[in-house]
Ligand binder design. Structure first.
Ligand SMILES: Nc1ncnc2c1ncn2[C@@H]1O[C@H](COP(=O)(O)OP(=O)(O)OP(=O)(O)O)[C@@H](O)[C@H]1O
Ligand SMILES: [Mg+2]
Length: 240
């Protein structure tokens, strides 16, 4: 397994129990995503995009198949190992931003570092730096309700990248933004990719696909683009 591959899914399936039925969210999904690339996942509502992001983040478990994330066989990890991986290496940007309303932006952004045991001073300094990177300098002491939707989304990105996490997962990061703000957010994510971070996002917006190195199309839980990420780095890495 090359270090140049960030995510390898092989035959991943996931169902959810709904009453006595089982809803299939993902069916036999295999893909391989190189380090330092931006992947856009698209497909109709209910096609499995969020489910795949949650599996990659270790927030949900695969039913069958194998899933390697940043060199970890996460289908075999314990809950504690998954939390550790999420905390240290993976940033997750939820569609609704999920900022805490009672905390200022800088307090929100520094939370993961504090959870990792950093001092408040160190966490604050790193949070200010992360906010600067996403264009939020000067808004550190504002509360989420006192900034725009795009600025809230930027704060969620800053929180997801603080501590130099290597994988950033974003579920519909531009979903509730106007097209200009959405384009700016895509620019922020593309710049992260340029700095070597692996970025995977879901999107309904075709305009966002132009930023992507590879596009993953899901339909009814099945991958429609079998040629996904067939770069020289990933050939033979589990997609066959
Ligand atoms: N916790 C759950 N319990 C039951 N079914 C679920 C659950 N999460 C997802 N599903 C089902 O799995 C399928 C895939 O859902 P998912 O949320 O991954 O789709 P999506 O592509 O993200 O859709 P959207 O574009 O609307 O966000 C759907 O049929 C959905 O109803
Ligand atoms: Mg979704």
């Amino acid at each position: 397994m090359g270090r140049n591959v960030a995510i390898v899914a092989t035959g991943v399936s996931k169902t959810f129990p709904v009453g006595k039925q089982a809803v299939t969210a993902l069916r036999d999904v295999s893909l391989s995503l190189p380090v330092g690339t931006l992947t856009a996942m698209t497909g109709p509502s209910g096609s499995g995009k969020s489910t795949l992001l949650h599996l990659i983040a270790g927030l949900e478990r695969v039913d069958s198949g194998t899933l390697e994330v940043l060199g970890n066989q996460i289908h075999r990890c314990t809950a504690a190992e998954l939390s550790e991986l999420r905390l240290r290496e993976i940033g997750f940007i939820h569609q609704d931003f999920s900022l805490l309303a009672d905390l200022t932006l800088v307090e929100n952004v520094r939370l993961p570092l504090e959870a990792m045991g950093a001092t408040r001073g160190d966490a604050t300094a790193a949070a200010c730096e992360a906010m600067d990177r996403v264009g939020l300098k000067g808004l550190e002491q504002r509360f989420p309700a006192e900034v725009s939707g795009g600025q809230q989304q930027r704060a969620a990105i800053a929180r997801a990248i603080i501590g130099n996490r290597t994988l950033v997962l974003a579920d519909e990061p531009t979903g509730s933004l106007d097209s200009k703000t959405g384009a700016e957010i895509m620019g922020v994510l593309a710049r992260l990719r340029d700095e070597g971070v692996t970025v995977v996002l879901s999107t309904h917006n075709p305009a966002n696909l132009s930023h992507a190195d590879q596009v993953v199309v899901l339909h009814d839980g099945t991958l429609l683009s079998p040629d996904t990420a067939e770069s020289p780095d990933t050939l033979g890495a589990g997609t066959a």
